[in-house]
Design a protein around this ligand. Structure first.
Ligand SMILES: [Zn+2]
Length: 327
């Protein structure tokens, strides 16, 4: 596409230069004509009987999609997405950093972003070692306690993140199916996908999980060089963190062997055990292929419930939301 634009501009300029003005006109027309035609076809399609008919047929599918979309917003706004923090950044929001050196190196960009990430300023050695053993260094430099409470806290973070990941995946598969059953002309999907979604009535939240990103950063005294190791706290990191912590601590509440770690694979195990069926309303993936299922603590963790097989059940997102609103 860029090559095309450059070619058009080149023809235009050459045309002008040679005073072949009609070449310039042809060039401009060649560029805009297909776009205008495509735009008119798009407008026509969205106003067509066929489109409106389809749209009313899938009204309930769209409504359900939008409910889950709202659920994604809820998880995002109520969930906790961080754990631990570096002591080097404590209270640094109280100070203003100014670069007063004569050489205007852009050091300011290295300042910590407290909205989404945690930055630990360290020696070059620590930054390099953190890239080799991220879990070990995360625990050590971000004050993640080697305690049972810490495990519980990380499990809850993992739960929020996995709920969000699942709900987003679920939305995407629903959107794919809507596009598939709708089967609009190919050019609509290629050039007007967002317009298509909005014309169909899909409300689309940002489809990204706000993973906390932990940063080990070395900045040389002169500000010339900087090296960084980033550890995103995604499901894989969280699971590895849980495994590492559990090997180091002795659990008090229950015998170490009985308690299960709430990892991604364990949540899958519970869903399999329950045959992908909601324990409250009995809906299953047989009834609804796009069913969004979650794993729930029957007695909530906040009330002393343990992560043991007997205290875990599969719920559909609706039943789980109703239940968690009660607490
Ligand atoms: Zn249910």
């Amino acid at each position: 596409m860029q090559i095309l634009i450059i070619a058009v501009i080149a023809v235009f300029l050459i045309g002008l230069a040679l005073q072949f003005w009609y070449l310039a006109v042809i060039g401009v027309a060649a560029y805009f004509a297909p776009r205008v035609i495509r735009f008119i076809r798009m407008k026509k399609y969205f106003a067509s009987e066929e489109f409106l008919q389809h749209k009313s047929e899938i009204q309930s599918v769209v409504a359900e999609h939008n409910e889950i979309s709202q659920y994604v917003d809820e998880i995002r706004s109520t969930g906790k997405f961080s754990i631990g923090d570096s002591s080097t950044g404590t209270n640094s929001q109280l100070a203003n950093f100014k670069n007063t050196s004569k050489h205007a190196y852009k050091r300011d960009k290295h300042s910590a972003n407290f909205g989404s990430s945690y930055v630990h300023n360290a020696s070059l050695q620590v930054v390099r070692n953190a890239s080799i053993e991220p879990i070990k260094y995360l625990i050590k430099y971000f004050d993640i306690g080697v305690t049972e409470d810490s495990v519980t806290e990380i499990e809850q973070l993992g739960e929020t993140i996995s709920r969000l990941e699942n709900a987003i995946k679920n939305l995407e598969s629903r959107e794919d199916e809507i596009a598939e059953t709708f089967a609009p002309p190919a050019f609509i999907l290629k050039y007007f996908l967002e317009e298509f979604k909005s014309q169909v009535g899909l409300s689309v939240p940002p489809l990204e999980v706000p993973y906390p990103v932990y940063v080990f950063q070395y900045l040389s005294a002169g500000g010339n060089s900087s090296q960084v190791t980033e550890v995103p706290l995604n499901t894989k990191t969280i699971d590895a963190l849980l495994e590492t912590l559990s090997q180091k601590i002795k659990f008090k509440k229950s015998a170490a062997g009985q308690r299960s770690l709430m990892t991604a694979s364990f949540r899958t195990f519970i869903k399999e055990r329950d045959h992908y069926t909601c324990k409250a309303c009995s809906i299953s993936i047989v009834d609804e292929p796009h069913l969004l299922l979650e794993v729930d603590h029957i007695m909530p963790v906040s009330k002393g419930g343990l992560s043991v097989d007997a205290n875990l059940q599969t719920l559909c997102w609706k039943c789980n939301r109703t239940k968690s609103n009660k607490y």
